[in-house]
Design a protein around this ligand. Structure first.
Ligand SMILES: NC(=O)c1ccc[n+]([C@@H]2O[C@H](COP(=O)([O-])OP(=O)(O)OC[C@H]3O[C@@H](n4cnc5c(N)ncnc54)[C@H](OP(=O)(O)O)[C@@H]3O)[C@@H](O)[C@H]2O)c1
Length: 319
């Protein structure tokens, strides 16, 4: 089978398309013919091999050499202990920890998968897992979003933000999106009530306040974020600068004592809310925003686009 393989850390140029042996499922795994896979920030981190990702995937060189976690495809074979799925089922899910999605076939444990609704395309399914889970777990589980709240999404035009706006609108929130100049029209067309161009304006310094902030970039001090919150407001980070995340961890329990403002961090629970996403999708309440699709041999180019932040919504690859 064809797969995109990397044997050393680096930029998109280290990704190579190779012919390799088709994998076989273990007893608790299924073999999936992959139809679509999307790129996540985590794939980019694993490709470049920053310190944290080297701890996960090998200090000198990558142990797991095929990236790609968010896949959608059809089950071709099942291990003898698999009970939830059968050959022919159309499934999708986040395989992070195992990865292997940039390939024509991959193996996955059944707990990493959900059945794909027939009305959902493989491209749409591959766009959902990580970004939508972060949006749901950030806004609902950690943010406790309430009807009519004023919400700001920082880094609004990527995967998490484009799911976040759709979830927030189900709660009737008034939503501000922050991103770069070229993405503001898309944000308006998606229903953001207000947009801010971060290259021209700092939302923590313009005097506006919010009940809830969902941040995918976390590039400012926690004190700046607290200033942009109303009393009892909640700041939720899903990721960003390691230094700032560490600050969020340290100050998360102190800031509320003095200011009645809350700092929370999302630790992704992969695939937890896929059934909820299926429900929303089938009810016409959610639609993934797809950039692409690109072909498997275009994965290095797709990573270049992702690395420059030029994508809108989710960058999807089809086989
Ligand atoms: N908590 C967990 O367990 C967990 C697990 C997996 C991933 N994550 C995190 O989840 C996040 C993934 O978010 P995503 O999928 O939405 O990423 P994404 O698709 O890359 O979107 C990020 C958006 O932010 C914009 N942006 C860049 N710099 C910005 C700035 N200074 N201010 C405001 N916006 C800016 C980018 O556009 P431009 O480049 O055009 O500006 C892009 O539209 C990452 O932070 C990742 O580390 C967390």
């Amino acid at each position: 089978m064809k797969a995109i393989v990397y044997t050393k850390y680096g930029g998109p140029e280290v990704l190579q398309i190779k012919e390799i042996k088709k994998p076989s499922p273990k007893d608790d795994e299924v073999l999936i013919k992959v139809y679509a896979v999307s790129i996540n920030d985590w794939d980019d981190g694993l490709l470049h091999g920053d310190f944290i990702n080297r701890l996960l995937n090998g200090l000198q060189k990558p142990k797991k050499q095929i990236l790609g976690s968010d896949i959608a495809g059809r089950i071709e074979a099942v291990g003898k202990n698999v009970s939830r799925f059968k050959t022919g089922d159309e499934v999708y899910g986040d395989l992070s920890g195992k990865w292997g999605g940039f390939a024509e076939y991959t193996c996955a444990r059944e707990k990493a998968l959900a059945l794909k609704p027939a009305s959902m395309s493989f491209e749409e399914a591959a766009a959902i897992p990580q970004a939508a889970m972060l949006a749901v777990q950030g806004l609902i589980d950690k943010g406790k979003i309430q009807p009519g709240q004023k919400l700001l999404i920082n880094g609004a035009g990527g995967g998490v933000g484009t799911f976040g706006i759709q979830i927030a609108k189900l709660y009737g929130a008034e939503v501000t999106g922050v991103d770069s100049t070229g993405k503001l029209d898309m944000l308006r067309s998606m229903g953001f009530d207000h947009v801010i161009d971060y290259t021209k304006e700092d939302f923590t310094k313009n005097g506006n306040c919010y009940d809830l902030i969902l941040d995918v970039k976390t590039n400012r001090s926690m004190f700046d974020y607290a200033r942009a919150l109303y009393r009892n407001g909640v700041y939720v980070t899903v990721g960003g600068s390691i230094g700032r995340l560490f600050q969020a961890l340290l100050l998360g329990s102190w800031i509320p004592m003095f200011s009645k403002k809350h700092i929370r961090i999302v630790a992704l629970k992969p695939n937890k809310d896929l059934a909820y996403m299926n429900e929303l999708f089938e009810a016409g309440k959610i639609k993934p925003v797809i950039d692409g699709p690109y072909k498997l041999d275009e994965v290095p180019e797709a990573f270049r686009i992702f690395g420059k932040g030029e994508h809108k919504g989710k960058l999807v690859i089809t086989m």
